[in-house]
Write a protein that binds this ligand. Structure first.
Ligand code: SF4
Length: 507
């Protein structure tokens, strides 16, 4: 049971409680069971903090309520500091309130001027919640509704309620313009619709916290609005090859669980799509399923030399270059394995935009476009889930008109190695309903990503940005670049290995 002293609900816990009673209960009663954020999740949090700091520039004269750590009365100190600033009628960052068991820190409180236009004569405040996302989401409305309730209980008169998010229509000029980077959306009416809901929800949450583990059943809540940090633990009760592993199972798998059907092998075919039936057959027989006719036809359509291509990109919130939008993808690396003939040993070409000096002194794209000339005039350009690579090439064609024809030609020659797997012409039970490269590679070959320092594209982007803009030594930067080269190289080497296996399966 939670101790008396910890019995206040912060807005983050309130949002956890809306997602799942068990998650809320665990936060208060078994905190150690909740895993710490991984590096990629931490990067998302860090981006949020960085965007929050940028927003403060829009409120000159504002003061921040400092967070006090490691003091028994830390919260009391921040609340007292908030009350002092409220009297001064200046913009306040991280204003803190603890009232009736509700605790929140408000991103920005803005004093609304009185009828004479003087902020000192006013007595109301606008509340601004800052997000690094690009639109208003339902969870943001719940977030602000909780804050609205807490502040109203604390006697703060709120005027309008806003969500400030990143404006993706902003195009950076020579200099970054913070005032054009954000979009301020008035969400007052949407929030006020929850006025009656919040207090009853908070009451229910206190009951959950002080009760026994609610043992909430798994369901769609486990991944919405966020993937729950307890998912691995809660879902570990399911057997191997369970119904949540069905290809594109979505919420239907929870219907099967409700009916008492747990294992893929026990699911009646009448409840399955044709692809899921293939998956069930693979699991039941514990062997790979192959439909040779369409596979052979698809393989015969590949034209040599074959160019196995993979890009890595980053999407920084703040556009680092003139002409760029927030979160616009910037390709900085590619790996290319070239096979002259079927089964031939591949030749490797790679490119990674690196500089001796940081932060990023230039645009990685011109060098990358030049290096792509390693792709000759004929032959198939093979990608995995090619929509991504296609999009990168189309962006580059738009950016570099003199190279547009060449780059568009690469798009026209593109073929997607995921097609035999999406079509379930080939399905291995170890894929567990997943057609991603990371799932197919270890299922069909002896390769995997386990030994690499970088294991996915998000981590690659995070580490690249860390190398360019982070506080790293020259040695650390070199190591990141080395790891990036290894990671991207494995992506295209994986495609070579998978293609080779497909060719054998088609024989
Ligand atoms: S994994 Fe699902 S059931 Fe378990 S705590 Fe999270 S949301 Fe609740």
């Amino acid at each position: 049971m939670a101790s008396e002293r910890s019995l206040y609900i912060s807005k983050s816990k309130y949002l956890s409680g809306l997602q799942c009673p068990k998650l809320l209960w665990t936060h208060f009663n078994n905190r150690e069971a909740i895993p710490k954020p991984n590096d990629t999740q931490q990067h998302i949090f860090d981006t949020g903090h960085m965007v929050g700091d940028l927003a403060k520039r829009l409120y000159p004269g504002g003061k921040e309520v400092p967070m006090v750590f490691q003091a028994d009365d830390a919260i009391d100190l921040t609340v007292t500091a908030t009350m002092d600033l409220i009297k001064r009628r200046i913009p306040i960052f991280e204003a803190s309130f603890l009232v009736d068991g509700r605790y929140c820190r408000v991103d920005v409180l803005v004093p609304v001027p009185g009828p004479d236009g003087d902020r000192l004569s006013g007595d109301t405040w606008d509340l601004v919640e800052v997000k690094s996302s690009t639109r208003v989401k339902d969870i943001n409305i719940n977030d602000v509704a909780f804050q609205h309730e807490a502040l109203t209980r604390a006697g703060v008169k709120l005027n309008r309620l806003f969500l400030m998010h990143v404006d993706t229509s902003y195009v950076r000029g020579d200099k970054f313009e913070v005032e054009r980077f954000f979009h301020l959306e008035d969400i007052t009416e949407r929030v006020l619709r929850l006025t009656d809901y919040v207090p009853s929800a908070v009451t229910r949450m206190f009951d959950v916290i002080s009760g026994r583990d609610p043992d909430t059943p798994i369901g769609p809540r486990c991944t919405s609005p966020y993937t729950c940090p307890l998912k691995d633990s809660c879902w570990s009760v399911l057997p191997d090859n369970n119904v949540t592993d069905f290809y594109r199972a979505g919420t239907r798998s929870f219907g099967l669980l409700d009916e008492g059907i747990f294992a893929i092998a026990d699911t009646p075919d009448s409840k399955l799509t044709p692809r899921q039936v293939i998956q069930k057959n693979a699991v039941t027989a514990n062997e790979i399923q192959v439909d040779r006719a369409p596979l052979r036809q698809w393989l015969n359509g590949l034209k040599y030399p074959l160019y196995h291509l993979d890009f890595e990109t980053m999407n920084p919130a703040v556009p680092p270059l003139s002409g760029m939008r927030p979160y616009q993808r910037i390709p900085f690396q590619f790996s290319l394995h070239i096979q002259e003939d079927p089964g031939a040993r591949p030749q490797h070409v790679e490119h990674l935009a690196t500089w001796d000096s940081v932060p990023l002194p230039g645009d990685p794209r011109p060098g990358l476009v030049e290096a792509l000339k390693a792709i000759g005039p004929d032959g198939t350009v093979l990608c995995w889930n090619m929509g991504f690579e296609k999009g990168v090439l189309e962006d580059l064609a738009e950016m570099f008109p003199t190279e547009a024809e060449r780059l568009a030609g690469l798009v026209e020659r593109m073929e997607d190695l995921i097609i035999p797997f999406r079509g379930f012409w080939v399905y291995h039970p170890r894929q567990k309903g997943n057609c991603s490269l990371k799932a197919v590679l270890p299922a069909l070959t002896d390769f995997d990503y386990d030994a690499l320092a970088i294991g996915d594209g998000l981590e690659a982007a995070r580490q690249y940005q860390q190398a360019l803009y982070g506080n790293v030594t020259v040695k650390e930067r070199s190591l990141i670049f080395k790891n990036l080269l290894e990671y991207c190289s494995l992506d295209t080497m994986a495609m070579v290995a998978i293609l080779s296996r497909l060719q054998k399966l088609a024989e």
